[in-house]
Design a binder for this molecule. Structure first.
Ligand SMILES: *Cc1c(COP(=O)(O)O)cnc(C)c1O
Length: 362
């Protein structure tokens, strides 16, 4: 599975999914859960406890919008791809107005454009951005943008679902009010949870927002402090998925974040180099915009993306991802996430691609 998520999970993660069920009302489970949250806090390099929500990462992103955006807020939605554009729906639902900065989906956003938008509209109070828009394979300069947003005094929502863990990105480094990631991309765990980092200032804004969901499956606030001794869980925790996350975080810490990033970067670099040498065209218009966690390339003239994907599976047992939304049919995507981020996978993939296409006369 060289997919862009969900990804092949580490064997230790699969084993952890088979650990015995536990009864969450017992102090022993609460201690265990608090330990997983503390480990996640270390991996996210946070001072405060993150929140684990029980649904795939879109839940965390929708919950962030619902919690942070009040009916007086003007949201600047930054769009460089399918996920960035998708945030608009939630921003419109909760906010007063949505302002957009958009670039073509094979480009990234210029921080100076964000600065200019904030100058033009001093009433912008929330900014949202997707760090790695996976259908495009591009990385936005979110640290620089975060510093500009902080200077302006707005709150930043960051979708780092398919970048966190696979490269050097953290909630504090982009000054995020809410930072959302997933276990089922670069951490190599199972889908089903949202990992949400909220800053102290972000929590204050949420507490002051009367429209922020409470007593709801969409509520971030309900999960705040769920891991504290004696606290009750809002609902039964997803026992198996928490076990899987525990194993994935254990592996990440044991290998060391920097080593994990290096493995992702080396795999992406080898894949890019090989594709370029063979005459393929990358989707991102500049090499420095390319993600270290997924490589997106244009489907050669005269080829059908789905047919090519299917032949790679049938003939070589290699599964890659198709484009999505605006990139559907135009690109193919190779994930370098979690256990798939190994340079030898680049060689295997390139050899398979060449074999399939040369037999087709391309
Ligand atoms: C995978 C992903 C998500 C989560 O989306 P799902 O459809 O739940 O998998 C959100 N944002 C980005 C950038 C992603 O790659």
């Amino acid at each position: 599975m060289l997919t862009t998520g969900p990804v092949e999970a580490y064997p230790q993660v699969l084993a952890a999914l088979g650990r015995p069920m536990q009864y969450d009302y017992l102090p022993a489970y609460q201690d265990y859960y608090a330990g997983v949250v503390a480990r996640l806090r270390r991996v996210l390099r946070m001072d405060d406890d993150p929140v684990i929500m029980q649904g795939e990462a879109i839940l965390g992103i929708e919950a962030a919008a619902a919690a942070l955006i009040g009916d007086g807020d003007v949201v600047l939605n930054i769009v460089s791809g399918v996920y960035g554009k998708g945030f608009e729906t939630w921003a419109r639902r909760h906010g007063r107005e949505v302002v957009e900065i958009a670039v073509p989906f094979d480009e990234v956003v210029d921080p100076q454009a964000v600065r200019a938008a904030l100058r033009q509209r001093p009433d912008i109070s929330i900014v949202s951005i997707c760090h790695h828009d996976t259908p495009s394979g591009t990385i936005n300069p979110v640290e620089e943008i975060g510093a500009i947003v902080a200077e302006h005094g707005a709150y930043l929502i960051v979708d780092a679902v398919s970048s966190f863990g696979g490269m050097d990105i953290f909630p504090h480094s982009c000054a995020a009010a809410v930072f959302v990631t997933s276990p089922s991309k670069c951490l190599g765990s199972a889908p089903g949870l949202s990992l949400v980092a909220v800053s102290e200032r972000g929590w204050r804004k949420i507490e002051a927002n009367p429209a922020a969901p409470r007593a709801s499956f969409l509520s971030l606030a309900d999960w705040r402090g769920a891991s504290r001794p004696g606290a009750a869980f809002p609902v039964t925790p997803s026992i198996a998925e928490i076990h899987a996350l525990d194993a994935a975080l254990d592996l990440h810490e044991a290998e060391g974040a920097e080593n994990v990033w290096a493995r992702h970067a080396a795999t992406a670099a080898a894949t890019r180099r090989g594709l370029l040498d063979l005459g393929y065209e990358l989707w991102p218009r500049r090499p420095e915009w390319c993600s270290p966690t997924a490589t997106v390339f244009r489907v050669p003239e005269g080829c059908d993306a789905t047919e090519l994907r299917n032949r790679l599976v049938r003939e070589h047992n290699i599964l890659i991802s198709l484009g999505r939304g605006a990139t559907a049919g135009k690109v193919l995507r190779v994930g370098h996430m979690g256990p798939a981020a190994r340079p030898e996978n680049a060689t295997k993939f390139l050899a398979a691609l060449e074999s399939v296409l040369s037999r087709q006369g391309v």
